[in-house]
Design a protein around this ligand. Structure first.
Ligand code: ADP
Ligand code: MG
Length: 682
């Protein structure tokens, strides 16, 4: 049987009762298979001798000791045993608190395995936390002489319990069938499933433990990629659409030429339209993705399809609606704007028109996806600033649009290892070049003592008619008093810049008020906004040249880069000031320096990924596909590449997995699918 066919409950194990089973359940372990799949966090190395007196700071000693003498301080109930390390010859005093039984176990003159922490106390070398076992010829005692796995724990579970249950589970379920075709194991020198699992839980040494983990990581990546890539391979072949009349007219009406990359990605997307496209458009902030989306939309409209564009906030979707109206007013395209705050009667007539096909493009927030929103012929779904969608969410989204093409836009580039794994079901189009004439934003790290200089610099920009954003981590909340809250900072800035019109904007303001403020800012009626990170995504105001971020140490790299991208959106020189507190953490300093030294979103995204891991991009609640047990998206690029090559080869030469050598793969996918069945589809 394959591993995941072993679905008996862990309660079938002799010593697992209700309480332990409940603790396992809290860790998502219910079956024998679940238990055996549990990956150790790390290992305690008891395979290498570390003599007493030669261990590094904090390292455990692992050696043999001979007992020289025993004494008891009866008053304190402390047993003291004097021993000598037979490897290093160093004397050690074992202090046994409430472990009197050791006086019978540890006999003077005999030799024992010793594993424990040793400290120097004056002239005396002592240990009070240790394991000992007698040396018996030809037999290594349990827990010595090899690596001991360290598992994640929950509730009443201890390492001892899990290790015990692991041993029992292996002997109880008998054999586990191999899940990776032999030719692939041979090619990469990986272990088959059964040996890999055994070596994962009972490795002889670190090298074997590593090989076990890598073997299992390869297997899980291979299956993930096979499932994702088979989905895309089933899609219809690429369509062949020509540039439409509407597209031509829009491009002609622009006051600038498209960049080389914009042209390239428009072609890539157009070639995929009408084929159930599943595409990610990535390009740094300000690289002109929105325009690409509208041009694509025009092709769809000319082919009698409807388009939906969704943005994560009302602010941003409103801006898109206004931008689209400006661009397409002369083209006869019918636009509508739908958010949660549209009135009932408006909503009703809008939905009727939509269903009737009188609306070409519907723009809005996630309200676009409520049940009552029905299209006549939804053909393209565009999602702006959404890289956070996990695989399962993407699949759910596609269900909605039946056969609609999906275009997702993100300014946070997907790191390579993620693009090859979690996003393997997506085609990726990339805009590398920025529109001509943009000047790189100059970024300064500002300490408290340089604050006034910064205010002066921004004041000069106001005199030139340029605008600024002042951004704070969050609005005033209790317990966050150390943060400069927007309200009091706004008062402070009004004194700093008397007579300069400004506004306060944060997420708790009503939508229409926010929209009004943003409109006034865009129109130049306001010179600066004091805000929380609501301005983070998408907002586009050409004359804004200063971005001041307070408590910059509190933001992640990607968020800081996004915020910074709100300036530098025209030919004007722009500045970003990252204000940090007196003693920022080491990590924060790393982030801020990275930002100061680079304007390259791709580089920053890779750095962010290295610092924070993939959770931020694929969402922290991981299930199904997103849950990799053994593979690390940060550290296993080599394994990812192997699995990708192999999966590609298999899909192109044997998509149905009918070859004898791939029979194992087909069997696993039918009998014991590694991911949820509904996602596998047929
Ligand atoms: P993002 O990729 O961040 O979504 P936008 O689509 O908001 O970027 O574009 C930023 C600004 O650049 C917009 O004002 C847009 O009109 C302008 N823009 C887009 N393409 C070009 C181009 N080829 N040349 C000059 N400006 C452009
Ligand atoms: Mg955008």
């Amino acid at each position: 049987m394959f591993l995941r066919e072993h679905t008996q409950s862990v309660t079938a194990l002799a010593q697992v009762g209700k309480a332990i089973a409940a603790a396992y359940k809290a860790m998502d372990i219910q079956t024998m298979a679940d238990l055996l799949e549990l990956a150790p966090r790390s290992y305690e190395d008891r395979s290498v001798i570390v003599p007493i007196g030669q261990s590094q700071e904090g390292q455990m000693c692992n050696t043999f000791i001979q007992i020289l003498a025993q004494t008891t301080f009866s008053s304190k109930r402390i047993l003291k045993i004097i021993a000598i390390d037979t490897t290093s010859g160093k004397k050690v005093s074992l202090l046994c608190f409430n472990r009197d039984f050791l006086s019978k176990v540890l006999r003077v003159g005999s030799t024992y395995y010793f594993y424990g922490q040793v400290t120097q106390n004056g002239f005396e070398t002592q240990s009070s936390s240790f394991d000992v076992k007698p040396v018996i010829e030809g037999k290594t005692p349990e827990g010595f002489g090899h690596l001991e796995p360290i598992y994640p724990l929950s509730g009443i579970l201890t390492q001892r319990i899990i290790r015990r249950d692991m041993r029992n589970a292996f002997s109880q379920i008998g054999s586990i069938d191999n899940e990776v075709p032999g030719y692939l194991l041979y090619k990469h020198r990986y272990l088959d499933t059964s040996h890999a699992l055994k070596a994962l839980h009972f490795p002889l040494d670190q090298a074997q433990a590593n090989l076990a983990r890598r073997s299992l990581a390869y297997a899980e990546l291979l299956y993930m990629l096979l499932v994702l890539k088979r989905r895309t391979a089933r899609q219809a072949p690429a369509g062949r659409r020509e540039q439409s009349e509407l597209e031509r007219r829009l491009i002609k009406s622009l006051p600038f030429a498209l960049t080389v990359d914009q042209k390239k990605v428009i072609q890539e997307i157009r070639a995929d339209l009408g084929t159930g496209m599943n595409r990610l458009l990535q390009g740094d902030v300000g690289s002109g993705k929105t325009l690409v989306a509208w041009i694509t939309a025009l092709n769809v409209i000319e082919n009698k399809g409807q388009v939906a564009l969704m943005a994560p906030t009302e602010l941003l979707s409103r801006q898109h609606a206004q931008g689209a109206a400006k661009l397409m007013s002369l083209l006869g395209v019918k636009l509508a704007y739908l958010t949660g705050s549209v009135s009932q009667s408006q909503r009703k007539s809008l939905l009727a028109a939509l269903k009737d096909g009188q609306i070409d493009i519907l723009i809005g927030t996630h309200a676009l996806f409520s049940k009552d929103v029905e299209f006549k012929n939804l053909s393209l779904v565009i999602i702006d600033e959404q890289h956070r969608f996990g695989v399962s969410q993407r699949l759910a989204l596609q269900e909605k649009g039946s056969n609609a093409d999906l275009l997702m836009m993100t300014a946070t580039p997907i790191p390579r290892s993620l693009a090859m794994t979690m996003f393997a079901d997506l085609q990726i189009s990339t805009i590398h070049t920025m529109p001509e004439g943009r000047k790189p934003i100059v970024t300064y790290l500002v300490s408290e003592d340089h604050r006034s200089k910064m205010y002066d610099a921004v004041g000069v920009e106001f005199k030139r008619g340029h605008q600024a954003y002042f951004v704070y981590p969050r609005i005033d909340e209790e317990g966050q008093s150390e943060l400069r809250d927007v309200a009091s900072m706004h008062e402070f800035l009004q004194k700093q810049y008397p007579g300069v019109p400004s506004a306060l904007i944060h997420s708790r303001l009503p939508e229409d008020q926010k929209a009004q403020i943003l409109e006034d800012f865009t129109a130049g009626k306001l010179m600066y906004l004091v805000s929380t990170s609501v301005v983070e995504v998408g907002i586009d105001v050409a004359k804004a040249t200063c971005m001041i971020i307070e408590h910059a140490d509190r933001f992640g790299l990607a968020a800081l880069h996004q915020l910074r991208g709100r300036v530098g959106r025209s030919a004007l020189q722009s500045w970003c000031f990252l204000v940090f507190p007196p003693s920022p953490s080491e990590d924060a300093v790393k982030r801020l320096r990275c930002l100061r030294d680079s304007n390259d979103g791709f580089l920053i995204a890779e750095q962010d990924f290295m610092i924070r891991g993939p959770g931020d991009i694929i969402g922290s609640r991981q299930s199904g596909f997103e849950r990799l047990r053994y593979a690390s998206l940060v550290g296993d690029l080599d394994i990812i590449e192997e699995a990708q090559k192999d999966a590609d080869h298999i899909i192109s030469t044997d998509p149905g997995l009918l070859d004898a050598e791939n029979a194992i793969l087909r069997n696993v996918l039918t009998l014991a699918p590694p991911f949820k069945a509904e996602i596998l589809g047929t």
